[in-house]
Design a protein around this ligand. Structure first.
Ligand code: ADP
Ligand code: ASP
Ligand code: MG
Length: 409
C-alpha cells in the first residue's frame, strides 16, 4: 500500500464530465489499495476570470481582498470533486488550504509556505477518507487567507507530499509528462522518461509551464519524487527525481534535455548612464524596492565615460518598471529609456553541459544559420538563455530542437 498525493490542474477539472473522470482515477487508485490525498486547482480559467472580476471593480485591488477572491476558485473544485467521489461509493472529504494546515508567511498573492501541520489530513486518512485539498491557498499568522502565486497548486501538492511522507507526488495535467519542449508548439517534441530536479527547475524557471518552479525546488529539498502524468491517458509519464537516482538507472546524461521559452518578457534599455561606481546598485535596488523582479542584465562597455544597461522583466511588471525608470533616468541624467515588448527568451537546459563546453557555441551557430539576432545572453551551469525577437521564436525553437537531436527519431 502506498500513500500518494495526486494533483489535478485546472484543465483536468474544467467541467462536470472532467471532474467525474478525475474522481474515477482517484477511486481507481484507492481501490488498488492506496491512500490518497488529492490536490485540485480552480476549474479551467476560473482564476483568470476572478482576476478580471476584480479589475472590473478597480485596477489596483487591495492584495488581501484579491487573495480572498482568488481562493474561492479552488473551493469550487474541492467540493464538486468530493461529491463525485462520494457518489462513486468512496468516502471523501474536502478541506480548504487553512483547514489542511497549510501556513504561509504574511505576504499576499505570492505567499510562501512556512509550515504544514498535517494533523487533520492524517486523522481523515486514518478514517479511510480520500482527502481532497484546495491548492494555491494558505493561512497566514494574521488569520487571513493568502494565495501562493500562479500555478501554486503544484506547490501545495509537493509540500503536502513532503509533510505526510507520501511515497510520491503525481501531478496530472493535459499533457503526458515533461516533453523536450512544449508539445503544443513543437509537434516533434518527445516525452522525457526521467529528468533531474535541477534540469526541471531550470526548465520551469525558463517558462515550461508544466510544473511550477517553486514546487520543484521544494521537491528537491525534501526528496519528493514527482510523477508528471496526463489525466486523460493511462500512459506512464515523466519521473522527476535526483541526479543520483537517474544515474543509478544507467541513464546517460544528454547534452541538452529540453528547451523552454518565455514570451512574457519585456526588454528595457537605459542609454548614456554615467560610468561611475554605484549606478547599477542604485537602479536595481530601486526596482527591487517597488517589487520588480529583474531577469537578464547586460551592461555595455563604456564610451566617453558613459554606458548603457539593458535588462528584462516580466510583462506584468512593465508599468511599474517604466514609472521607476523615468524617475531614475532624470536623476542619473541618462539620455533615454527604451522599452521593447516584442522579445522572447529561449533557453536550452541539460546536465550534460557541466562536462561539455561546446553547447553555447552550437546554440549560437544554429541561430546564426537562420539569421536570428541574439540580443542578450545569460548562462548557468546547466542552462543557456538568449533573448531574441519574438517573431523568430518558433523557428528558433524548431531548429534548436532538431539541432540538439531532441526530435522524434
Ligand atoms: P494545469 O492546468 O494542469 O496545471 P498547465 O497548463 O499549468 O496545466 O501545464 C500544462 C501545459 O504546459 C501543457 O498544456 C503544455 O502546453 C505546457 N508545457 C510547456 N512546456 C512543456 C513541456 N516541456 N512539457 C510538457 N508541457 C509543457
Ligand atoms: N488556480 C491557480 C492558477 O490558475 C493555481 C493553479 O492552478 O495551480 O494559477
Ligand atoms: Mg499548472
Amino acid at each position: 500500500m502506498a500513500l500518494v498525493v495526486m494533483k489535478f490542474g485546472g484543465s483536468s477539472v474544467a467541467d462536470a464530465d472532467k471532474i467525474k473522470l478525475v474522481a474515477s482515477r482517484v477511486v481507481e487508485k484507492k481501490k488498488a489499495g492506496n491512500k490518497a490525498v488529492v490536490v485540485v486547482s480552480a476549474p479551467g480559467d476560473t482564476t483568470d476570470q476572478l482576476f478580471a472580476m476584480a479589475q472590473n471593480i478597480t485596477s489596483n485591488p487591495p492584495d488581501r481582498e484579491l487573495d480572498m477572491l482568488l481562493a474561492t476558485g479552488e473551493m469550487i473544485s474541492i467540493s464538486l470533486l468530493s461529491m463525485a467521489i462520494n457518489f462513486m461509493g468512496q468516502k471523501a472529504i474536502s478541506l480548504t488550504g487553512p483547514q489542511a494546515g497549510i501556513i504561509a508567511d504574511t505576504s499576499y498573492t505570492k505567499a510562501r509556505i512556512k509550515k504544514v501541520n498535517p494533523k487533520k489530513i492524517k486523522a481523515m486518512l486514518a478514517k479511510d477518507n480520500i482527502v481532497v485539498v484546495a491548492g494555491f491557498q494558505a493561512l497566514n499568522a494574521k488569520g487571513d487567507i493568502t494565495t501562493l502565486g500562479r500555478g501554486g497548486s503544484d506547490l501545495t501538492a509537493v509540500a503536502l507530499a513532503a509533510q505526510v511522507h507520501a511515497d510520491f507526488c503525481e501531478i496530472y495535467s493535459d499533457v503526458e509528462g515533461v516533453f523536450t519542449t512544449d508539445p503544443r508548439v513543437v509537434k516533434d517534441a518527445r516525452k522525457i522518461e526521467y529528468i533531474s530536479y535541477d534540469e526541471m527547475l531550470e526548465l520551469a524557471g525558463s517558462g515550461a509551464q508544466v510544473l511550477q518552479s517553486r514546487s520543484v525546488e521544494i521537491a528537491k529539498k525534501f526528496g519528493v519524487e514527482i510523477h508528471s502524468r496526463s489525466t486523460f491517458s493511462q500512459n506512464p509519464g515523466t519521473i522527476i527525481t535526483s541526479e543520483e537516482n537517474i544515474r543509478r538507472k544507467n541513464m546517460e546524461a544528454l547534452l541538452v534535455s529540453g528547451i523552454a521559452f518565455d514570451k512574457n518578457q519585456v526588454k528595457f534599455t537605459i542609454i548614456d548612464l554615467p560610468d561611475i561606481p554605484g549606478i547599477a546598485a542604485k537602479i536595481f535596488s530601486r526596482l527591487a524596492k517597488v517589487g520588480v523582479n529583474v531577469d537578464m542584465i547586460i551592461q555595455s562597455a563604456a564610451v566617453n565615460k558613459k554606458n548603457d544597461i539593458s535588462f528584462t522583466v516580466s510583462k506584468q511588471e512593465l508599468k511599474k518598471t517604466q514609472i521607476e525608470l523615468d524617475k531614475l533616468a532624470q536623476e542619473l541624467k541618462a539620455s533615454q529609456v527604451i522599452c521593447d515588448e516584442h522579445v522572447s527568451k529561449i533557453s536550452v537546459v541539460g546536465i550534460g553541459m557541466k562536462s561539455n563546453a561546446g553547447v553555447a557555441g552550437k546554440m549560437f551557430e544554429i541561430l546564426h544559420k537562420k539569421g536570428i539576432n541574439i540580443e542578450m545572453i545569460s548562462t548557468s551551469e546547466i542552462k543557456i538563455s538568449c533573448i531574441i525577437d519574438e517573431r523568430d521564436l518558433t523557428i528558433a525553437l524548431e531548429e534548436l530542437h532538431k539541432g540538439f537531436g531532441l526530435s522524434k527519431k
